[in-house]
Design a protein around this ligand. Structure first.
Ligand SMILES: NC(=O)c1ccc[n+]([C@@H]2O[C@H](COP(=O)([O-])OP(=O)(O)OC[C@H]3O[C@@H](n4cnc5c(N)ncnc54)[C@H](O)[C@@H]3O)[C@@H](O)[C@H]2O)c1
Length: 271
């Protein structure tokens, strides 16, 4: 079966930016694949975006390759073979001093924010390349552009996601899949309250004291994801702070990309 209805698969879609993105695409008539580790949250999210006709849900832990395979196969079957956009959005944050976090805090952030995105890019690409004009969109952060105290490992994972996106946008020229990276400033979502350990420094307080900049809404972030699915840039800041940083570093990024594209376009196949 083939269909004209476009299809987007979004990880971490039970909450926050992922849920707002699901609503945004559903409002345009897309079939939306909502994936999350939170099963009950997915049910509520599906109802919020308009029920079975708008969406498809799958409980899926982005850290696990076999769960990625199963989730993507089920979605592509439901979509009639299409995967136009994959949004690698699921992520967590552990806010606090580096030396007061635990190895488990480090592992959890690295496994979900980085390993999950690498697996999504790898297994998603297999399916994206069968749909002409398809895109991979990775959700990084303002924390991918500036190292910030109390976010050290979170920043490390998000810098990595931005680097991965930059490299893959050139690699995937071979299959016609575009890659974009979205860099939101602080966004008002449940992540802000989940990030702080009991008794540790509070991300919520840091936001209210203006220590980490002002916050925007999940709908504002979703609007930028929608643009990233339709325009041609590599990086999509959400908010003034990431926009200002990208303005400074974009000339270097674009010069390097132009050089790399030239080198790899000229390289013999297989090198
Ligand atoms: N909220 C912010 O201030 C902010 C700013 C910049 C970037 N981001 C990034 O945006 C993305 C979404 O964050 P949010 O603010 O909407 O957070 P959120 O906590 O509201 O939503 C994250 C979702 O990811 C899911 N999730 C967690 N672990 C998972 C796993 N192993 N497998 C599958 N799903 C899993 C959660 O269940 C949750 O539904 C994250 O990558 C985050 O790092 C957030």
């Amino acid at each position: 079966m083939t269909t004209d209805r476009k299809a987007v698969f979004i990880t971490g879609a039970a909450s926050g930016i992922g849920l707002a993105t699901a609503k945004r695409f559903a409002s345009e008539g897309w079939l939306v694949g909502l994936s999350d580790i939170d099963g009950p949250g997915l049910k509520a999210a599906l109802a919020a975006i308009g029920g079975d006709n708008a969406g498809f849900t799958v409980v899926h832990d982005v850290r696990k390759a076999d769960e990625w395979e199963r989730a993507l196969d089920a979605f592509v079957e439901a979509s009639g073979g299409r995967l136009d956009v994959l949004v690698n959005n699921a992520g967590i944050c552990r806010y606090g001093w580096f030396d007061e976090q635990t190895p488990k805090d480090f592992d959890d952030q690295i496994d979900i924010n980085l390993r999950g995105v690498v697996l999504g890019a790898y297994l998603g690409h297999e399916r994206l390349k069968r749909t002409p004009g398809s895109r991979l969109i990775n959700i990084a952060s303002l924390a991918s552009l500036a190292g910030s105290p109390r976010f050290a490992v979170y920043c490390a994972t998000k810098f990595a996601v931005r680097g991965l996106s930059e490299a893959l946008d050139i690699e995937f020229m071979r299959s016609g899949v575009r890659v974009s990276c979205v860099e939101p400033t602080v966004i008002e979502t449940p992540l802000i309250d989940k990030a702080s350990a009991p008794g540790g420094p509070s991300f919520r307080e840091a936001v209210s004291q203006g220590m980490v900049g002002g916050s925007l809404t999940a709908d504002q972030a979703a609007e930028v994801v929608w643009r990233a699915a339709h325009e041609d840039a590599l990086n999509y800041p959400v908010g003034d702070a990431p926009a200002a940083l990208l303005l400074e570093i974009n000339p270097r990024i674009e010069a390097n990309r132009a050089r790399m594209k030239e080198v790899f376009a000229a390289a013999p196949a297989g090198t």
